[in-house]
Design a protein around this ligand. Structure first.
Ligand code: G3P
Ligand code: MG
Length: 440
């Protein structure tokens, strides 16, 4: 089956979910500029209101939790300087969060990079997660609550963030995964004009999935439509499927159709719409002591199913880490975040990426380092997917016990690099005081 890379380029090679070669990393999303709403957000009035609302929600939540401390307060007495030569990028699951709770060292690590360190410096940072299933704003609110620290959409990328670029290309799309209607809301927010969910298909034709019945809530939200008059132009898996059997059946029906018309069957099985995944993590880190299967596992399963049912290979496309497009996107976001929030108008020389998954975080960082103007330095922590004593398929530059050790290592390494004075800049010099910077 031939699909496009999302920008119309025919893709003839197969992108395996398990052993994508290095060249495949260049075949992902070719994001030229980060989305406007992300790039403009840190200084925009809209985001100020948004973050005020977010803060209000946080204050409400926190005031109901007796004695919850707020992190990230700079040391009041010492002048805080912001480093301009390096920056940090954090993976989330397995680095900062596990099973919805902050990893014990996360709070101290974030305080450390916000000025509570022996050097009295603050280090700009962004978050790059393969997770998703909610709007970036909602995900930032979750993260702010979990970390007790304000996180802005302007410093946050999730797996499906770059998919918004596809809204210009595809009008009618099937969006799979996540809770309830959340992914439909995300897709519509990205500008997709006509978003179909598996619920819509099951409500219209209940025997589509013999063993899945819609809940009352799902039935209420799902939309009956005339699928004879509908052409599904692309399929997007935005978040982990909550019903593999039903979702795989629906995706297969769509892939095996003639040009995305459900109910039809292609005779050649090469006429279906393209299938995109927001990332390719086969496993990920949760509260369970062993990694749990994730979206990459669904991808592998679907590719195997397609082969078993049709005899044909299925080509699919994954966004997220380790795709280089995600790192290019991250670099642009970081530059804008540093400029808007810290007044630093030059690219960082070094970006330390802290991750827990060798196959996505470390692989992507190492590969991007080879093509980037900046030095991307991979740090693997032991609090997630990577297990001590195993040999990672993609070796990091440095292994640390946890995020606190990682940020200490990064700052010590930078501060011991010769002329320290040139590597730091007073926030006062940048025209932005520390409080303003923290608020933005
Ligand atoms: O589903 C999300 C998971 O696969 C990985 O998230 O934050 O580790 O990139 P993260
Ligand atoms: Mg992770």
């Amino acid at each position: 089956m031939t699909t496009t890379d999302g920008f119309g380029t025919p893709r003839l090679r197969r992108l395996s979910s398990l052993d994508a070669c290095r060249a495949d990393l260049y075949g992902g999303p070719n994001v030229a500029i980060p989305p406007k709403h992300l790039m403009a957000s840190t200084l925009s009035h809209e985001t100020a209101i948004e973050m005020d609302m977010a803060k209000q929600h946080l204050d409400d939540d926190i005031s109901s939790t007796e004695g919850s401390p707020r992190a990230a307060s700079p040391i009041a007495e010492k002048p805080i300087t912001t480093v301009d030569d390096f920056a940090l990028a954090f993976d989330i699951d397995g680095v900062l969060i596990r099973g919805g709770e902050a990893i014990p060292e996360a709070g101290a690590a974030l305080k450390y990079i916000n000025g509570e360190n022996p050097y009295g410096v603050k280090v700009p940072y962004i978050f790059v997660t393969n997770g998703g299933g909610k709007t970036e704003e909602e995900r930032c609110l979750d993260l702010s609550r979990q970390l007790e620290l304000e996180v802005s959409p302007g410093q946050f990328i999730c797996g499906h963030t770059p998919m918004r670029e596809m809204a210009e290309r595809y009008h009618t799309v099937l969006v799979v995964g996540g809770e309830g209607e959340k992914c439909r809301v995300v897709a519509e927010g990205y500008g997709f004009k006509d978003v179909i969910t598996p619920g819509d298909i099951i409500k219209t034709r209940h025997d589509t999935t013999p063993f899945r019945k819609l809940t009352e809530e799902e039935h209420k939200n799902s939309r009956v439509r005339d699928f004879e008059q509908t052409r599904i132009e692309a399929i997007f898996v935005f978040a982990d499927s909550r019903d593999w059997a039903g979702d795989q059946q629906i995706i297969l029906d769509c892939l095996m159709s003639k040009d995305g018309h459900l109910g039809t069957r292609s005779e050649t099985f090469d006429e279906g719409p393209p299938l995109f995944f927001s990332h390719n993590d086969v496993v990920w880190s949760t509260s369970h002591e062993h990694s749990r299967i994730g979206m990459g596992a669904l991808r592998a399963s679907l590719e195997a199913l397609y082969k078993a049912v049709t005899g044909k290979e299925l080509t699919t496309i994954a966004f997220g880490k380790p795709q280089l497009g995600t790192y290019q996107f991250a670099m642009r976001l970081l530059r804008q975040w540093r400029k808007n929030t810290h007044g630093i108008n030059k690219p960082p020389s070094t970006v330390y990426f802290v991750g827990d998954t060798p196959d996505s975080d470390i692989r992507g960082t190492n590969e991007f380092n080879e093509i980037s103007d900046a030095h991307w330095f991979s740090i693997l922590v032991k609090t997630g997917v990577y297990q001590e004593g195993t040999i990672p398929r993609y070796p990091p530059k440095k292994v640390c016990n946890h995020i606190l050790d990682a940020v200490k290592f990064a700052i010590d390494r930078e501060m011991s690099k010769g002329d320290k004075e040139s590597a730091i800049m007073d926030d006062a010099d940048s025209g932005i005081d520390s409080e303003t910077a923290l608020r933005n």
